[in-house]
Write a protein that binds this ligand. Structure first.
Ligand code: SF4
Length: 318
């Protein structure tokens, strides 16, 4: 018998998107450039709850005069914000080797979270920890630790090498495998006699997660616990982007080059709207490629500051 007893749970209570002045309610439609160009800005575009919380924690440390301040990896995938923080003295610890050379100061753990052994290492070096791991990511750490401790095999649906996925792996006490593609799911062979626990990277594409889970469940002879830990902020952002992209003439996706959630947004929008453009800042926007009439949609990844979204939106209306 294959794929029996699949229990599915969703990461509830993850409201994700935060409310910000002028960003509440449905997507904002603007049509005021006198040329008939309409601009639709996704209400879910920009900082999510976890990213906003992490960035605020860094600024709080700066305001309190804490020195030196380090972030374990760039606090968010946005070069502008990271540069601004570096100008204020915040240094980035790139990896474990770099951590080994630090003997004093405060280390801020970003929203992606880190492996359990990184906490131990920071403590052993006598450094102060400010933990800005998103609570929804923390919840995944708890799940994999508990299920792993019960002897289960953990499967993370996500992208190997992504910092959040690496962090989750580091909380698994037993066997763990990362699956991010159909091919990887088809090649996957569960360990006989072990119950499976499947979780997902918080920013994974919901439809893709479902497809991969279906393949994995069919491979398993034993029981499977499927925990959909995709953050609702991601789901909401992706479905709103899809909805807007399907009805506009051009679509602009704003976000950092290394932001995987922005890349996924771009892929989703591109499937719905051939004229989809991925930009990091206003400088990358080539207005000549946009139609002078019609409708332009704008969305942005979870690490994109509101000011960038506003700048692009204004520019499209000039
Ligand atoms: S997208 Fe990630 S960081 Fe943002 S609220 Fe969701 S889990 Fe937290």
């Amino acid at each position: 018998m294959r794929g029996n007893d699949c229990r599915r749970e969703t990461l509830h209570g993850c409201s994700g998107a935060y409310e910000e002045k002028g960003r509440i309610g449905s997507s904002r439609e603007r049509s005021d450039n006198g040329k008939g160009m309409k601009v639709i800005v996704a209400k879910t575009a920009g900082f999510c709850f976890g990213v906003k919380r992490a960035v605020e924690q860094v600024y709080r440390q700066i305001e309190e005069g804490v020195k030196p301040i380090y972030t374990y990896g760039p606090i968010i995938h946005n070069e502008e914000v990271v540069r601004e923080l570096q100008d204020k003295g915040v240094q980035i610890i790139e990896d474990e080797d770099a951590l080994d050379s630090i003997s004093e100061g405060t280390v801020i753990i970003r929203s992606h979270g880190v492996s359990e052994h990184i906490y131990r290492k920071i403590e052993e070096r006598g450094l102060h920890i400010v933990d800005a791991t998103c609570p929804f990511v923390k919840k995944i750490h708890r799940i994999v630790r508990e299920h792993g401790a019960r002897g289960e095999q953990v499967v993370i649906i996500g992208n190997e090498g992504h910092p959040e996925v690496e962090g989750i792996k580091g909380w698994c006490p037993g066997p763990v495998q990362v699956i991010g593609t159909k091919e990887e799911a088809e090649e996957f062979r569960p360990i006989p006699g072990k119950r499976l626990c499947v979780v997902s990277q918080t920013t994974f594409n919901y439809k893709k997660f479902d497809k991969l889970v279906e393949i994995i469940s069919e491979m398993s002879y034993d029981e499977v616990d499927i925990l959909n830990t995709i953050c609702s902020a991601t789901e909401e952002r992706q479905s709103e982007a899809r909805e807007i992209a399907a009805k506009v003439d051009s679509m602009i996706v704003i976000g950092g080059r290394h932001s995987s959630n922005t890349r996924k947004l771009y892929e989703i929008c591109k499937m719905e709207c051939g004229n989809t453009y991925y930009i990091q800042t206003l400088k990358d926007l080539d207005l000549r490629r946009l139609p002078s009439i019609g409708c332009v949609g704008i969305t942005a990844g979870a690490s994109t500051p509101n000011i960038l979204i506003e700048e692009v939106s204004k520019q499209c209306q000039i």
